[in-house]
Design a protein around this ligand. Structure first.
Ligand SMILES: NC(=O)c1ccc[n+]([C@@H]2O[C@H](COP(=O)([O-])OP(=O)(O)OC[C@H]3O[C@@H](n4cnc5c(N)ncnc54)[C@H](O)[C@@H]3O)[C@@H](O)[C@H]2O)c1
Length: 382
């Protein structure tokens, strides 16, 4: 299969490229390097050193047929010509601004996030319609689209409702928690519409936060993927592991009962591999929840603290005032059936994997210490 990965220089895009190459697929990796620049903008860097795109291209070619293309998905002509030239079977779309705090900084960052994410997805939709309408679009959304509703979260694009005694089928209600997360909701509605009017084929993935330093292919520095840990770009598990290495307290926001569906980088890449190799029927819109373990941030702090202790690091847990507007204790029960039905079996358990992560990060302590002032929360929702 030939697969284009938009956002191939990112935390997920790079290891997915390696996985698909190892499976014998041809991969064209596209990126405009926006995340590298935006992480620098907030005074931080990846904890693990990452090679340049050219060096990455060389490393990837050890595994298979790979090409890196520099380009911006908000440029319609670029996306259309890319599809014409490469004629892919599937396009994986990761190329979005993916930080909630970054989108909440101020009006410029909110508008950039809306523009970058919505325009990129619309361009892809139109380019597929114009060039080759049977391409499978694998679009990465987020479990954050749902928010934390007080009902069981269905793994379905539509729900049956009854309003004033009349029944109908409506898109699953969503209530996101940042401008970034709202872009994913709007993307979902745009894709549902493109599926309805033009019959395009989608897999729309609601993925929970990913943690980890490794996949099976990351066997040395030339294969490292980026690993962010500052308050803007670092997701919770990754940030706690770096806090542990730097001897900083682990910092659950507020009461720490915020519960999400997490999964390891290895499990994320494998789930994506399965979804790509098992596409939906032509013209189908497939809606997938992608997570492995439901955990609260308080619980995660305990896992990291225990793992650090086993490695001889004494780490404290210090709850800090919540910079976000979110429920700190809530009901959370998302459905998970599509991936298991396709044979997905998770390999990693968070409690064990955080120890592997701390071990992987320890040799880069000095590098991370240069940016330690970027770890504590500064970006506030109000
Ligand atoms: N990492 C997670 O925990 C997580 C969880 C759920 C969903 N997601 C989603 O998965 C996708 C990948 O996430 P990630 O963690 O790898 O993020 P990332 O920022 O590391 O990767 C995204 C890549 O897309 C590129 N990009 C952004 N805008 C672009 C544009 N206009 N044109 C070309 N390239 C562009 C960036 O430079 C970056 O390399 C994102 O859409 C994100 O929202 C991530």
């Amino acid at each position: 299969m030939k697969v284009i990965i938009l956002g191939a220089d990112g935390y997920l895009g790079w290891p997915l490229s390696l996985r698909l190459l190892r499976r014998g697929h041809q991969v064209v990796g596209v990126d405009n390097l926006a995340t590298r620049r935006a992480v620098e903008e907030v005074g931080s860097d990846s904890a693990l050193p990452i090679p340049s795109p050219k060096e990455r291209e060389r490393a990837a070619r050890e595994l298979g047929e790979f090409k890196f293309v520099f380009g911006d998905v908000t440029d319609y002509k670029f996306v259309r010509e890319l599809l014409r030239k490469e004629n892919p079977d599937a396009v994986v779309h990761f190329a979005e601004q993916r930080s909630a705090p970054y989108s909440m900084r101020d009006v410029e960052h909110a508008v950039y996030t809306m523009h970058n994410n919505l325009e990129g997805t619309l361009n892809l939709i139109y380019a597929v319609k114009e060039v080759k309408s049977d391409i499978h679009i694998v679009k990465m959304g987020t479990m954050g689209e749902y928010g934390t509703p007080n009902f069981d979260i269905p793994e379905s694009a539509f729900v049956e409702v009854e309003i004033n005694g009349r029944r109908d089928r409506i898109p699953t209600p969503k209530f996101a928690g940042s401008w970034y997360h709202w872009t994913k909701v709007y993307d979902t509605y745009n894709m549902l519409f493109a599926n309805k009017v033009w019959g395009l084929t989608f897999t729309d993935i609601m993925q929970g936060p990913v943690y980890g330093t490794r996949t099976e292919e990351i066997t040395g520095e030339r294969f490292f993927t980026r690993f962010d840990f500052d308050e803007v770009w670092g997701t919770v598990v990754n940030r706690y592991c770096v806090e542990a290495v730097l001897g900083l307290p682990l910092t659950p926001y507020g009461k720490g009962g915020q519960t999400r569906g997490f999964l390891s980088l290895e499990d994320s890449v494998e789930a994506l591999r399965i979804l790509i190799e098992n596409p939906p029927k032509q013209g189908e819109y497939r809606h997938v929840n992608q997570f492995v373990e439901l955990r609260s941030v308080r619980e995660i702090a305990t896992f990291v603290q225990e793992a650090a202790r086993e490695l001889g690091l004494d780490v404290k847990v210090e709850h800090v005032p919540n910079p976000r507007v979110e429920a700190e204790e809530h009901y959370y029960n998302p459905e998970l059936k599509v991936l298991p039905s396709l044979g997905f079996r998770p390999k990693k358990v968070m409690r064990e994997e955080v120890k592997v992560m701390i071990k992987d990060l320890l040799p880069f302590k000095e590098r991370m210490a240069r940016y330690s002032s970027a770890v504590m929360p500064r970006t506030r929702w109000k």
